[in-house]
Design a protein around this ligand. Structure first.
Ligand code: SF4
Ligand code: SF4
Length: 327
């Protein structure tokens, strides 16, 4: 991969607030502009909540003599970096990827996700366990993903990006410089390349998220057909790689976890005539769980423990809060 002869090399980071995509974009653009002699621009878009909500970071890079005259979102990227594997379920994540493009995604080892069939046939997909490495090195997934990106895009000089990463932390968190550097270097070597997993021909179509209803199409009379509703909420994407897992053999059904949980996650049933408990905890409805770990921290018997979320684990262990109503 090299700088294009016209236009820019464009990257889009698809992430969830809290995983460090914005910071990674800033570090990459800083290294490119201040140390690699390139022109570049970077900005992010996110909702008012930021942490836990969708974050997109855009980076454009070009030769020094080519001014960047746009600040529009990157719609047809050369490279996409996906910070959270759950985002692979959203077709908009791949929107506009060029046929010779690159997709890097954060996931532990396992089968190639079916969603990657939506990629162009000629695109490259790369998996790296950014969360696993980040946890082991006491870093964050963004340092790992930057390492992988620099390893597979040759004109991104790893030494300069590592330097910008160190500068970012040297002032306020000098203790994090070494751990981030280790995470970066592991990201640059511990990845897996998948070729030919996509089935699409040519560039992928551009996806422009638009409101479902506008002034011409909204129901007459100002009717709100789908009012805000806690039951419909799906907070799965708010988890940043960890989930609480219940070990039934240790649970004493004390209800402490239910007192501290900010959402409607813990599912109970009547104890029944043969039980010594009036109510028994059945499990967690991960649809509503944002992974805050208050339940784990408050459980007196360690029946609830924090575990790394691997693809499919939440679906496998989920106990529905509203069976038959919301799947
Ligand atoms: S706090 Fe722990 S022991 Fe008490 S109900 Fe919740 S999981 Fe069970
Ligand atoms: S981690 Fe525990 S307390 Fe936090 S939302 Fe999930 S179930 Fe509730």
């Amino acid at each position: 991969m090299s700088l294009p002869t016209e236009g820019f090399f464009e990257l889009r980071f698809e992430s969830i607030g809290g995983l460090g995509a914005h910071g990674a974009g800033q570090i990459l653009a800083t290294a490119a502009v201040l140390h690699m002699g390139l022109n570049g621009a970077q900005f992010s878009s996110y909702g008012s909540e930021k942490k836990g909500s969708l974050v997109r970071t855009f980076v454009r890079l070009g030769p020094a003599g080519r001014p960047v005259r746009t600040s529009a979102p990157v719609e047809a990227p050369n490279a996409i970096v996906v910070f959270h594997a759950a985002l692979l379920r959203n077709p908009a994540t791949f929107g506009g990827l060029r046929n010779d493009g690159l997709l890097i995604y954060n996931s532990p080892p396992g089968p190639v996700p079916e969603a990657l069939a939506a990629l162009p046939r000629t695109a490259l997909a790369i998996r790296v366990d950014a969360l696993g490495i980040a946890v082991a090195e006491k870093s964050r997934p963004n340092a790992v993903l930057l390492g992988t990106l620099c390893a597979v895009v040759p004109f991104l000089d790893s030494a300069h990006v590592r330097g910008a990463l160190a500068e970012e932390f040297a002032g306020k968190h000098p203790e994090a410089v070494a751990s981030n550097d280790r995470a970066f270097r592991r990201g640059a070597t511990e990845f897996e390349v998948h070729e030919g997993v996509g089935l699409a021909e040519g560039d992928l179509p551009i996806v422009r998220p638009e409101p479902v209803w506008g002034y011409e199409t909204q129901p007459v009379g100002g009717i709100i057909a789908e009012p805000g509703n806690t039951a419909w909420n799906d907070l799965s994407l708010s988890r940043t790689g960890w989930m609480p897992v219940l070990h039934h053999d240790k649970c004493i059904h004390c209800g402490t976890c239910d007192l501290v949980c900010p959402d409607l996650c813990l599912v109970w049933r009547d104890g029944g005539p043969d039980s010594t408990f009036e109510r028994e905890l059945m499990g967690v409805d991960y649809r509503y769980c944002k992974g805050c770990m208050r339940c784990v921290e408050s459980c007196p018997t360690s029946a609830l423990v924090r575990e790394a979320e691997t693809p499919g684990l939440a679906d496998q262990l989920r106990v529905p809060q509203f069976p038959g109503f919301i799947s």
